[in-house]
Write a protein that binds this ligand. Structure first.
Ligand SMILES: [Zn+2]
Length: 269
């Protein structure tokens, strides 16, 4: 079943599942943030798809061994679109779903922190690829706010070392060549199995192991709803597949179009 905004019966069916659900679990990918101006690195037009060498250059091995790679990384972090990005209708719809008490977990492949900015609580958000909004020391593991370190870069430190131990600092994200955090993946899989409705939003579902969350939810009896611009390997087991602008369609899908989700946007960010 391929719905669009004009396919009202399909949308109504998904809305009814959401109405009945007690534990909705969402898995979001880059596609939910492109409307907020965050580029998609792995999509068809993504930076890394067009230039695979750029992804290898961003690998942890290059980062650790080459100070010039670190200096270039800090420059690009300073200029990252996340600092000026605002949550869009898709993020706000998921925040409104949490306000309704239906969101069990929000698993995200994104590092931009826009779900929290939209109003989702930190406890609900499972960031499987980490977050750009913190830094971590590769030697002692201490962490801190990204903005504090960016201040040091602005003040002239082109490769700021850890204040605790002098080690190399990096954004608290999972780089190419870096292992995922097993506890985070385990929690995501556990939550997926507890879902009544599992929403995959803006993800190609080609990055493993997290794509396995769809199969896990399906195996545990959840309704599977996939909202993505392109086909995914899991479309065949989905109860509904929707190809549409996420920011436009997600409020409809979640049945919160008339509930003024904009109120959930934190004004103090
Ligand atoms: Zn350190």
């Amino acid at each position: 079943m391929h719905a669009s905004r004009t396919d009202a019966p399909a949308l109504a069916r998904v809305r009814a599942w959401i109405e009945d659900a007690r534990r909705v679990v969402a898995l979001t990918g880059a596609g939910i943030s492109t409307d907020s101006g965050i580029p998609d690195f792995r999509g068809p037009q993504g930076l890394w798809t067009r230039d695979p060498k750029a992804e290898r250059l961003s690998s942890i091995q290059c980062y650790v061994s080459d100070p010039d790679v670190r200096k270039a990384s800090w420059k690009s972090r300073l200029a990252h679109p996340a600092w000026t990005a605002r949550p869009n209708g898709g993020h706000l719809a998921l925040a409104a779903l949490e306000q309704r008490g239906k969101l069990h977990a929000l698993i995200t492949q994104n590092i931009d922190g826009l779900h929290q900015m939209a109003g989702n609580s930190a406890e609900k958000v499972i960031e499987v690829h980490g977050t750009l909004r913190s830094v971590t020391c590769l030697t002692c593991g201490s962490t801190g706010p990204m903005q504090d370190t960016l201040e040091r870069v602005r003040a002239g430190e082109d490769d700021p070392p850890c204040h605790q131990c002098g080690g190399i600092l990096k954004s608290a994200t999972i780089s190419f060549g870096q292992p995922l955090v097993p506890e985070v993946i385990d929690r995501a899989m556990r939550c997926a199995k507890q879902a009544d409705v599992f929403l995959a939003v803006g993800t190609t579902l080609r990055v493993y192991p997290i794509a396995n969350a769809v199969q896990a939810a399906f195996g545990a009896g959840a309704k599977i709803v996939i909202i993505n611009a392109e086909e995914t390997p899991f479309d065949g087991i989905a109860d509904a597949v929707i190809r549409d602008s996420i920011g436009a369609v997600l409020p409809d899908v979640l049945g919160i179009r008339d509930r003024d989700p904009v109120d959930t946007l934190r004004r103090d960010e």
